[in-house]
Design a protein around this ligand. Structure first.
Ligand code: THU
Length: 128
């Protein structure tokens, strides 16, 4: 499948503007291409009880599932300046569940297979 990285980057920057980050003032947006061609997005949503805030990737995964599921093919995460952002550890695990080792993730050095971001990941296969 053709991956329109510019479109994904734009979608991530657009949804980042909707982030609710009054405590950290660090808005994050993420967009991913699903294997059926649709694009799903997410932004972070913080909370007065700081520890329960949701990362942007949590929103994306929830949106993926709510809109019918599927496999993630390519993902772009950005910070408030629209620069490519490295996903936190917990979010790597969340993304791995639906994208696996082959999903491409945009970095400042270009797209990387997710296996380089989360080597030897624990996942659904380990439960079999
Ligand atoms: N954040 C994300 O949304 N995703 C990440 O992968 C890294 C961190 C958010 C959480 C918090 O709202 C803010 O960035 C500062 O940590």
């Amino acid at each position: 499948m053709n991956i329109d990285w510019e479109k994904l980057h734009s979608a991530a920057k657009e949804v980042m503007k909707n982030a609710y980050a009054p405590y950290s003032n660090f808005k994050v947006g993420v967009a991913a291409l699903v294997d059926d061609g649709r694009i799903v997005v997410g932004c972070n949503s913080e909370n007065a009880s700081y520890g329960v805030g949701l990362c942007a990737e949590c929103g994306l995964i929830s949106s993926l599932t709510a809109s019918g599921g599927g496999r993630l093919i390519a993902t772009v995460c950005v910070d408030k300046n629209g620069e490519y952002l490295s996903p936190c550890g917990r979010c790597r695990q969340l993304l791995f569940e639906h994208g696996g080792n082959e999903m491409l993730f945009m970095t400042p050095d270009g797209p990387k297979k997710f296996s380089t971001l989360l080597p030897w990941a624990f996942g659904p296969e380990d439960l079999k």
